[in-house]
Design a binder for this molecule. Structure first.
Ligand code: KG4
Ligand code: ZN
Length: 375
């Protein structure tokens, strides 16, 4: 059976066709995966502009869906179901995908499957690697989320910890912006960091010493976590971002005091390429260490048989290399998606969609896009 998946939660218009294989170990086959990125549009503004994003989805959605069907060698008549990202995300963007998917499903008399964007990121691992050894500790790390899940049964995601402030990808994007490096920041900082000294700056690692007053309702059953984990598993990146800002300002001010008379020069010109590379490398080391410390500690506490890392930041070269090295040292298998399935795409929504369809989940025609949908 072929399923068409549609993803428009942020600034990528994406469609994919996924087929069921009948093999319980490798249940899905990727037949096509088309992504129309809006990066060039939003770069000019230094970040995603929601209104521009939804308008661009409208322009691109027909062509992207047609391209996905063509690349898969399928027609609408060959489809058995349609899956769509219901949330979370930008509501105007989500609405384009949800309305389009609903109309298609209704027109062709197909079941419609609503998918949570983060379930998609998690299932990208299964799409590529086959079913994971369970229980699995899966870190989803993207521009909007940094959340750690325990997967004990296929399709069941228990939230174990998450960021209390910025998502890791958001921190990357903000640091890139304050260094004047452009948008989206993650890949640029990753690249710049390769030439830097990761010990040049001693940026702080946040430690969660206080109970979380804004804790969302945990999906983990009571008693699952050892008593102190509730507090320690969370992530935090806003203090690190502020430390980078302070370092950048001090470097600039120091330079001015040392004789610069050109106060009108762009502030970023005050930093040397070496300083920028060192800041990127030092920032990246702290982000990667704090992500991996908590993920591997939690995996051990919970007896996870593997660690998965998914979402846009899983494309990061150091995160991948360090995760693999740690896994090898600890004897824990580590799974990451290929780069094409790390950042937003519809193939992962198709995988999660097939999982839900087989669990009996379909949507009614009154399905709504939900910007803050919980998993
Ligand atoms: O999953 P994703 O495509 O969209 C969301 O669901 O948010 O993740 C996008 C995020 C952005 O913050 C981007 O800067 C970050 O992933 N990212 C990276 C890298 N590639 C993308 N961060 C660090 N290193 C990378 N190589
Ligand atoms: Zn995403």
């Amino acid at each position: 059976m072929n399923l068409l998946a549609i993803e428009t939660s942020c600034d990528e218009t994406a469609a994919a066709v996924i087929a069921e294989t009948g093999d319980p170990v490798r249940p899905w086959q990727l037949k096509s995966n088309i992504v129309a990125s809006q990066t060039a549009i939003h770069r000019e503004w230094g970040g995603v502009v929601p209104e521009l994003a939804s308008r661009q989805h409208l322009r691109d959605i027909c062509g992207v869906v047609e391209a996905a069907l063509e690349a898969a060698g399928t027609r609408f008549e060959d489809l058995g179901a349609i899956a769509v990202t219901q949330g979370p995300g930008l509501v105007g963007s989500l609405l384009v995908g949800v309305s389009f998917a609903k109309s298609l499903a209704w027109s062709y008399g197909l079941p419609l499957v609503p998918v949570h964007h983060l379930a998609g990121h998690i299932e990208s691992l299964v799409l590529h690697h086959g079913e994971l050894p369970l229980p699995a500790a899966v870190l989803v790390v993207s521009g909007g989320h940094t959340s750690l899940y325990l997967v004990r049964e296929p399709g069941q995601y228990e939230l174990i910890g998450r960021t209390r402030d910025d998502a890791a990808g958001e921190a990357y994007d903000k640091v890139a912006k304050l260094l004047g490096l452009g948008y989206p920041g993650g890949p640029i900082v990753d690249r710049m960091a390769t030439n830097g000294n990761d010990r040049a700056y001693a940026f702080p690692v946040s430690r969660m010493t206080h109970p979380n007053r804004n804790q969302p309702v945990s999906t983990a059953p009571p008693g699952l976590l050892p008593p102190d984990i509730d507090r320690n598993v969370d992530f935090s990146f806003s203090g690190l971002k502020t430390a980078v800002l302070r370092t950048v300002n001090e470097a600039r001010d120091g330079r001015r005091e040392a004789g610069s008379t050109d106060a009108a020069a762009p502030r970023t010109s005050d930093l040397t390429p070496r300083e920028i590379a060192d800041i990127c490398a030092s920032f990246q080391r702290v982000v990667v260490e704090s992500l991996l410390d908590r993920t591997f500690e939690t995996a051990r506490w919970l007896g996870a048989r593997c660690v998965g890392i998914a979402g846009g930041v899983s494309a990061n070269s150091r995160l991948r290399a360090d995760a693999e090295a740690r896994g090898a040292k600890l004897g824990v298998p580590v799974f990451v998606p290929p780069i094409s399935l790390s950042t937003d795409n519809a193939a992962m929504i198709g995988a999660a969609g097939l999982r839900r369809l087989r669990a009996g989940v379909t949507a009614d025609w009154d399905l709504q896009a939900l910007a803050s949908l919980t998993l």
